[in-house]
Ligand binder design. Structure first.
Ligand SMILES: [Mn+2]
Length: 375
């Protein structure tokens, strides 16, 4: 037959090649990011899951998710972070979900050679961070950071927790309800109830309860984890007791605010918990008629500033950055809607004079000028 119709043989060969290529393409497409990530983890013995400095619930829940996935594959996972966990909401998240989080200060503190970076794409906030090449990066922030073997940065997503939730879903993990045990489900991989609860809270906080910056995928991820969520624990995380000092500092900021036009600057004086300062700024920006605020406070001689803007005329990071760059030991910056900085005391090297702190009235005046665009 081949001798009689060579065209037929050629045609049959072409059909076969197309079928093979087609099947291969289909196979590749089916390999979702979640399946690839699962495969990557399974090849390791141990990983360190690294969060950004002062991690928030999105970073903590994404890390918890990656660690849970790893441990179900018999991969040792250590969750690590630079900086501190101070905000009462973040402390409640850690306590209620009983998370083991390991603080680091130096690159040598990293628990494993294989690093999975979550909720940021370039390591920062500890000595030697510049030299770290992560194995994998899972994030939703813009940036150029990438992992050696795996990079999944989705800037259209409201939360990294949504990306991690998808990884579970793409590996057919079954959410385990709070009143059930993992063994009662008949799937190999599960989404444990603490992980599901954490991921939902991560999605909610990074999207202001699905109202700001949320995509359809964030809603889908929230719906997927929902059957596993423990409502009681979610409530304990969402409504922690607030430090008396935080409320006091907020009260001082509101009562002592100076107003120029729609801008407010408040000096709350000395604080023990510097995290009360950004929380006071969050409160003050809610005030009717106020479009941009800066709260100033001091601890151990260092002046801390935190600013918020919902005014398109004010780039808060640039405003604070420009004021502080004119001062000795001043350092600040940020985004258009959020900024902050510090001024450290100037210490006389001879030790003869008292450390000098910045003139706060002049600082307030400079901030008003910068907010008004006079920089
Ligand atoms: Mn995030």
């Amino acid at each position: 037959m081949a001798r009689e119709s060579p065209e037929f043989v050629v045609a049959a060969a072409v059909v076969a090649i197309v079928a093979i290529v087609g099947a291969y393409v289909l196979f590749r497409v089916r390999r979702t990011p979640g399946v690839k990530f699962h495969r990557l983890l399974a090849e390791r013995d141990e990983i360190a899951v690294l969060m950004h400095p002062n991690p928030d619930p999105d970073a903590m829940s994404a890390a918890l998710g990656v660690a849970s996935l790893a441990e179900q594959l018999d991969v040792d996972a250590t969750v690590q972070y630079p900086g501190q966990i101070r905000h009462q909401e973040n402390r409640a998240f850690r306590t209620v979900l009983d998370l083991e989080l390991d603080p680091i200060e130096h690159v040598s503190d990293l628990a494993a050679e294989s690093i999975v970076l979550v909720d940021h794409n370039e390591p920062r906030g500890f000595a030697g961070a510049d030299g770290v090449l992560p194995l994998a990066v899972v994030d939703h922030h813009p940036g150029d950071g990438a992992g050696e073997a795996f990079t999944d940065v989705r800037t259209d997503y409201g939360a990294t927790a949504s990306v991690v939730a998808e990884y579970f879903q793409q590996n057919d993990a079954t959410p385990v309800p709070p009143d059930k045990h993992a063994s009662e489900t008949d799937s190999d991989l599960t989404l444990p109830t603490d992980t599901a609860t954490g991921l939902l809270y991560g999605i909610l906080t990074d999207t202001k309860h699905l109202t700001v910056g949320a995509s359809e995928s964030d809603f889908a991820a929230a719906a997927y984890v929902y059957p596993g969520v423990d409502q009681d624990r979610l409530d304990r995380i969402a409504n922690p007791a607030v430090d008396a000092e935080v409320l006091e500092v907020k009260a001082r900021a509101i009562a002592g605010r100076q107003i120029e036009g729609s801008f407010a600057v408040a000096d709350v004086g000395g604080v023990n918990n510097v995290d009360a300062i950004p929380q006071a700024a969050d409160e003050l920006i809610q005030l009717e008629g106020v479009s941009a605020v800066v709260v100033i406070g001091e601890r151990d001689g260092t002046v801390h500033l935190s600013g918020r803007s919902r005014d398109d005329r004010v780039h808060m990071g640039n405003a604070i950055g420009s004021v502080l760059s004119d001062l000795d030991n001043g350092n600040g910056g940020g985004h258009s809607r959020m900024g902050g900085g510090t001024v450290a005391p100037t210490i006389d090297p001879a030790g003869d004079e008292e450390p000098e702190t910045v003139d706060r009235d002049a600082l307030t005046d400079d901030l008003f000028r910068a907010l008004a665009g006079d920089v």
